[in-house]
Design a protein around this ligand. Structure first.
Ligand code: RIB
Length: 317
């Protein structure tokens, strides 16, 4: 594989504790020892793409603290070009406080730190005005400011790159989000985000009255040519104007789903491209997410290309 991918997004240090069950409001639950490791949706998707065989450039912002140094080293260790990753004097790096339940379910609380300071002028300064940098694909998420993501998407599209947006975490509806969706070629959302974008009252009502592929088709009306909805253990649903599909996913014992969505997005972004069919891309993306969910941590858990190949060929359609 020789895809060139640019990721514009967040870099966080993840502090993660596994507990028998997630605490409710006002409740204290004791868990295992803290596990610390590199994360952030941007960093995770960049590392996943590199392990899956792409040439990757990361665009992001770190604080000038110890976490910043470790996060940069983690990118470099994967062969990722960190030339457009800045260090902001006096700022803290992004930090994620993660609680993982025994069955893999999790909650995440973010302190964005330097990620929140990646504004449009910083984006231009870091990339010398060329976000796409001759890449085939630009992959975006929403853990950095929305105007920056919109500027990056516009520039990437103008440069002829495929723009892929993982709309997570989903912000409140507004004109910037509406504009962004019109600049995106491929949109990836989970069920909650899909329900939010469609202004549905709650997620559980969705599958009852309409299939996820039909919902994906309706999300296309917001702008993206291709829409993929991830369904956790149930796989994914998608629509691209030519077809509607569901991919049932791979049976696994989930240990920690943090980073599974990032593995999915990176693999999908690499496997899709002009004229490339959706079905095999969706299947590989589900395999990448499945492997990541079988291991603890975010970047530590991301699969290699060989692992995805092995799972896809072990379970033929
Ligand atoms: O998608 C998982 C990521 O979300 C974690 O690594 C954490 O940093 C949060 O950003």
């Amino acid at each position: 594989m020789d895809e060139r991918l640019v990721v514009v997004g967040s870099l966080n240090m993840d502090l993660s504790v596994t507990v028998p069950r997630l605490p409710g409001p006002g409740e204290t639950v004791s868990g295992a020892d803290v596990v610390r490791g590199p994360g952030g949706k941007g960093g995770n998707q960049a590392v996943a793409a590199a392990r899956l065989g792409a040439r990757v450039r990361m665009v992001g912002l770190l604080g000038d603290d110890a976490h910043g140094g470790e996060l940069r080293a983690a990118l470099v260790a994967e062969g990722i070009d960190d030339g457009a990753v800045g260090t902001l004097p006096g700022a803290a790096s992004g930090l994620a406080l993660i609680v993982v339940q025994d069955d893999g379910e999790n909650t995440i609380t973010l302190s964005p730190g330097a990620n929140d300071r990646l504004d449009e002028s910083m984006l231009r300064a870091l990339t010398d005005g060329t976000v796409a940098n001759r890449a085939d694909t630009v992959l975006l998420q929403l853990e950095v400011p929305l105007p920056t993501v919109l500027a990056a998407a516009r520039e990437a599209r103008a440069a002829g790159a495929l723009t892929v947006l993982n709309a997570a975490p989903l912000p409140a509806p507004g004109p910037l989000l509406t504009e962004l969706l019109r600049e995106v070629d491929v949109l990836v959302v989970n069920e909650t985000e899909a329900a939010g974008l469609l202004r549905l009252p709650d997620v559980s009502s969705v599958a009852r009255d309409e299939s996820w592929t039909a919902r994906a088709e309706r999300l296309r009306l917001l702008g993206p040519g291709t829409v993929v909805v991830t369904l956790g253990a149930a796989g994914a649903a998608a629509a691209d104007g030519r077809c509607r599909l569901t991919e049932p996913g791979f049976p696994i014992d989930a240990m920690d789903t943090v980073g599974a969505g990032d593995a999915f997005c990176a693999q999908l972004a690499l496997a899709l491209g002009p004229g490339r069919p959706l079905a095999p891309a969706l299947r590989r993306a589900c395999a990448a997410g499945a492997v990541a969910a079988t291991r603890r941590g975010a970047q530590q858990a991301l699969p290699t290309r060989a692992e995805v190949d092995a799972l896809v060929s072990r379970d033929p359609v």
